[in-house]
Design a protein around this ligand. Sequence first.
Ligand SMILES: [Zn+2]
Length: 91
Amino acid sequence: MKTKFIPDGYMGEMPAAFCPSCFKLLNGVTNMEGQEKPKPGDCTVCMGCASVLRFTEDMQLEMSSLMEIPVEYRFNFAKMVAAVKQIAGIR
Ligand SMILES: [Zn+2]
C-alpha cells in the first residue's frame, strides 16, 4: 500500500484511507506526542473537514467525536480541530 508523508512536521505514516465525512484521501498523519505510528482505535483529525476520526481494525477511518477522546487529550484535540478549521477555512 502506498503511503505519503506530510512534508512539514512529519512524524508518522498511515495506509491511505478516505475521510468518511468529506471523502478526502488521507495518507499522512502527525502524531501529537511521539514517533509511534497510528494503530486501531487511535483518533485523528481530517485535514479536509476537521472531523474527528478513528482508525478501525483494518486502519480505515470512521467518524468519531471529541467526546470519545480520552479526557486528558480532549483539550489539545479540540485545539487541533480549531486549527484545522482555520487552515481549511471551515467555520
Ligand atoms: Zn474530512
